[in-house]
Design a protein around this ligand. Structure first.
Ligand code: PMP
Length: 456
């Protein structure tokens, strides 16, 4: 390690409290400091190259050095580095991006509200749902149903929607009135001998039973990621979403699609809603919206929701919500260029093709004794490692083998994410055949290393 890197790491350990990191372990292990990017690769401060098989945080669609995004940011910085969207004010990039998102939406949507992060967007959804039903004079209809294993962010309300124990434990969450129904992971949660159809039936029955138990007049919304990402890349069985949707409609429950990871091509269509035939009332977008070159998220609402929100704001005198940087001109200008590039370069189609190559490459390891399930759709995938293939028994403690596998990948020059003992892949949408093959090669080496380690 160079002296420069050593000093940098010491500074990091001294001053930085990291996200999603065991702070005590970090005092010992220190960081991996990334210095620069080039296409699907990033380089650390010692010049080591890594293929970024997670697109950063499921987000850098265009890779790590796209000059047109840089130019779009510089141009907007020069012209108007900041203006806001409060009290009837606006600017061209926010106007154009709102129009573009409405034109792309898979179902008719009416308005866009911008935030800086996916968490803020989902918090906004929680408030919007309350506002909507207060406007309809349904003050009891406020509960929101999410799912076990869901990820919707970390602010107080968004973390409550998230259905992962580590986002609740010691934070005194979830908030009241946020409930979680079953996770649509067939491999993990199907009962012995249960077919996929029977599994979906059971989940639909459970969802409906929860609504009935709580009282349909108290349930306002259901939120779900078309494909659960941070919960382990969970692709629901075919037919799951149509059942959920039908129940939401029957009980006058708003359907919220959290497209923060799925949006802009990840599942092989522009939106996860298209891939799964979901017709949401509210859609949440972020991440690949700007390739994370700028912090940005958007909440799209349909006209049914907008009309109530608008009337309520008129009754109160204002829609009392919005962030200083909502619709920030630099972020919205970058997002517009980002979407233009995704369209120009046919990256949704590319994601579909590269995803097929990745999944078929991974499926070569289906018989390996450590491999429990290989799952994915479009250009997002995961391999779940198990202690016993025949019983699907997990490793004990959970996550230790996954973390080892992750470290092996890093030593072979690849960044992945272990979600417990599931290894997730979500490469930039610009990846080419050679990059996918490199990912598969690193995976194979890490699998060999891990196999040796678990046997020793
Ligand atoms: N929703 C989903 C589906 C996500 O994956 C994430 C982030 N991984 C969020 C919301 C939260 O976004 P942010 O980290 O920008 O707050």
């Amino acid at each position: 390690m160079s002296n420069f890197t050593r000093a940098l790491h010491a500074g990091d350990i001294a001053f930085h409290l990291h996200s999603y990191t065991n702070a005590r372990a970090h005092e010992e292990a220190g960081p991996l400091a990334i210095e620069r990017g080039e296409g699907v690769f990033v380089y650390d401060t010692d010049g080591r190259r890594y293929i970024e098989a997670m697109a950063g945080l499921w987000s850098v669609a265009l890779g790590f050095d796209e000059p047109r995004l840089v130019e779009a940011a510089i141009e907007q910085m020069r012209k108007l580095p900041f203006y806001h969207t409060f009290t009837h004010k606006t600017h061209q990039p926010a106007i154009e991006l709102a129009e573009k998102l409405i034109s792309l939406a898979p179902v008719p949507m009416s308005k866009v509200h911008f935030t800086n992060s996916g968490s803020e967007a989902n918090d906004t959804v929680v408030k919007m749902v309350r506002y909507y039903n207060n406007a309809r004079d349904l003050p009891r209809k406020k509960k929101i149903i999410s799912r076990i294993g869901a990820y919707h962010g970390v602010t107080v309300a968004a973390a409550s929607l998230t259905g992962l124990p580590n986002n609740h434990r010691a934070f005194d969450l979830p908030l009241p009135n946020i409930l979680h129904t079953l996770c649509p992971h067939y491999y993990r949660f199907a009962e012995a001998g249960e077919t996929e159809t029977a599994f979906i039936d059971r989940l639909a029955r459970e969802f409906e039973a929860l609504i009935e138990r709580e009282g349909p007049d108290t349930v306002a919304a259901f939120i779900g990621e078309p494909v659960m990402a941070a919960g382990g890349v969970i692709v629901p069985p075919t037919g799951y979403w149509s059942r959920i949707q039908e129940i939401c409609r029957r009980y006058d429950i708003l359907l919220v699609a959290d497209e923060v990871v799925c949006g802009f091509g990840r599942t092989g269509s522009m939106f996860g809603c298209t891939t799964f035939g979901i017709e949401p009332d509210i859609m949440v977008l972020s991440k690949q919206l700007s390739s994370s070159y700028q912090p940005l998220a958007a909440v799209l609402i349909n006209d049914k929701v907008y009309q109530q929100v608008a009337s309520q704001s008129a009754a109160i005198g204002t829609f009392g919500h919005g962030f200083t940087a909502s619709g920030h001109p630099v972020a919205t200008a970058v997002a517009l260029e980002n979407i233009r590039l995704i369209e120009e370069r046919g990256l949704v189609e590319n994601a579909k093709r590269m995803g097929k190559r990745l999944l078929s490459g991974l499926s070569r390891y289906a018989d390996h004794s450590l491999v429990g399930e290989i799952r994915g759709i479009g250009f997002i995938a995961a391999v779940e490692l198990v202690a016993d293939k025949s019983t699907k028994a997990r490793f004990d403690p959970a996550g230790r083998v996954g973390a080892y596998f992750n470290a092996c990948c890093q030593s072979h020059g690849m960044i992945v994410r272990n979600i417990g003992d599931s290894i997730a892949f979500c490469p930039p949408l610009i990846a080419k055949e050679g990059h996918v093959d490199q990912i598969l090669d690193c995976f194979s080496k890490a699998l060999e290393d891990t196999d040796r380690w678990t046997r020793s």
